[in-house]
Every structure is written in C-alpha cells, then in structure tokens.
Design a protein around this ligand. Structure first.
Ligand code: ZN
Length: 278
C-alpha cells in the first residue's frame, strides 16, 4: 500500500512534468473513484485550467489548479499515477491529457483509490483538518510536539503511528521500520513512553520516511513510479518482511505478529516486550 514516501516519489517525478501545463481533457472512466462527487464536477473544475502546483499532504496527492481548484487523489491499496502509460495499461480509472500532448492515467487494480474536489483554500484546509494530523516531514514535527500528542494515550504505539489523525502518512511498513529504529516494541502503551523514547521515535519516523523517499519508495504489490519504474526501498527494510531472519543489529530472530490488525515485525531483543500488568 502506498505510504508517504511512495506518494512523495510520485509527486517529485510528476511535478516538473505537469506544473505550468493546462489540462485539456479528463475522463473519469470509473465514477466510483470520485463518489460522492459527480464526475462532471471534477472534470468541469479541472479541464481548461493550468496546474499551478502538485503538493502532498500525508498520503494525498494534491493537484492545485488555477483559481484555487484542488483535486485530491488518494492511492489507497493499489493506485498509482502513470505518465504516458502504454495503451494497453489495465485497470485505468481516470485519464488526463495535458496541453503538450502528454497523458496521465490513474491505474488502480483494486479500485479503492479516490479523487475528491475542494474549491478554495478554506475548503482544502477544512478537508485536511478533519482527516489528518501533523506532517511528519514538516518543521512542526518536533519531539516536544510528539511527546504532547502521546500523553494520556493508552493505545499501543503501533496503532498510534497508523492513525492518520495523529501523524499523517505513516502506514504499516514505515511504522514497523520506525519502531525498530527507535527500539520500541509495537505493543508498548503510547502514553507510557519516556521523553527520550519519544525523541528517538520522532527521529526514527523521519529517518524511515526519508530513507523511503531517497529510495524512491517501496515496490511491493503494484506500486510503480509514474514512468513504470519500481522503487528500491523494499531492498533496504531493516525489519519489515524479515520474519525468521536474523536481526541486523543483534542477530536475534525477527518475529511477526498482528498488531493494530496489520502484519507487524520486530526484534524482541532490540525492542523489549512490554511487561504484563496484573
Ligand atoms: Zn535485534
């Protein structure tokens, strides 16, 4: 599933290709993509307008067009945005054409991806305020800020990291990697982490996400770059998907279990289990 680094990878590749270009056509082949909006609401808003900027917030790819028209794409499980895709590309749900003749496709085998519309910056801000917490690669994501967010939370830290309303953009892979880097067990109670552990976790979240961005994201399942190339971060996992293999730090065996409903990997020597409470 694409997480922040995968979406950021797409944004970085596409931005120079689409910014300043005018969208001359948009075809929404699968109306479910933009429910509850009518496809014509999005096409009418976007077609004929210049793309001012391509942004990212959490796992959302944001197309900012002239006159504060924003289209917010979410890739969910298997979505990706391809640039000049091969004509036979399957599972295309949306097609865009630029004024320089280049084409884009939103391809999405499992059809969970979405497109939404926000007209005006206040609508955009309200959209994200209702859905997303702090941006982990932004300047405000300090250890003090994270410490405040974690207080009085009984939820396990893995579930906390996956909650988009707390921190935006961290999914299963990067939560596993960050907790390993910070040497924190995924089932530790969030509110009981010490200040130094929270500081380590803040650095680890940034470190894991940045490593993912630097590697062009992780290509598991169907994730591809806009040009069809795969990311390389799956070759750099420290703990994710390494069940039964030796820990890269201490040599103990990496274990897999379910936490927050997701496949979770940890070295329980580096990341000691929480003590059971009576
Ligand atoms: Zn270890």
């Amino acid at each position: 599933m694409p997480e922040l680094p995968e979406v950021e990878t797409i944004r970085r590749r596409l931005a120079p290709l689409v910014q300043g270009r005018t969208l001359t056509a948009m075809q929404i082949a699968d109306p479910r993509w933009c429910e509850p909006f009518d496809p014509s609401a999005l096409t009418d808003a976007l077609v004929g307008r210049r793309v001012e900027r391509l942004h990212r917030r959490g796992k959302y790819l944001i197309w900012e067009a002239q006159d504060e028209v924003f289209v917010l794409m979410h890739l969910r499980m298997t979505g990706t945005v391809l640039y000049d895709p091969a004509p036979e590309t399957p599972y295309v749900r949306v097609r865009l054409t630029l004024d320089d003749g280049h084409r884009l496709s939103f391809a999405d085998p499992r059809r969970f991806g979405t497109g939404e519309l926000a007209l005006g910056r206040p609508a955009l801000d309200a959209f994200f305020k209702a859905r997303l917490g702090i941006e982990p690669l932004g300047a405000h994501f300090t250890s003090d800020h994270l410490f405040t967010l974690t207080r009085n939370r009984r939820t396990p830290i893995k579930a906390f990291l996956l909650d988009q309303r707390r921190i935006a953009g961290v999914g299963n892979i990067y939560a596993n990697e960050a907790l390993f880097r910070a040497r924190i067990h995924p089932l530790r109670a969030t509110g009981q982490l010490k200040r130094r552990q929270v500081a380590a976790l803040r650095d680890a979240v940034i470190g894991a996400l940045s490593a993912g961005v630097d590697a062009g994201g992780a290509s598991i399942d169907d994730f591809r770059h806009p040009d069809g190339v795969e990311g390389a971060f799956q070759n750099e996992f420290l703990v994710h998907d390494r069940a039964g293999q030796p820990c890269l730090v201490c040599g103990a065996t990496v274990v897999k279990f379910v936490a927050a409903g997701r496949g979770t990997y940890a070295c329980e020597r580096c990341q000691p289990k929480p003590r059971r409470r009576p």
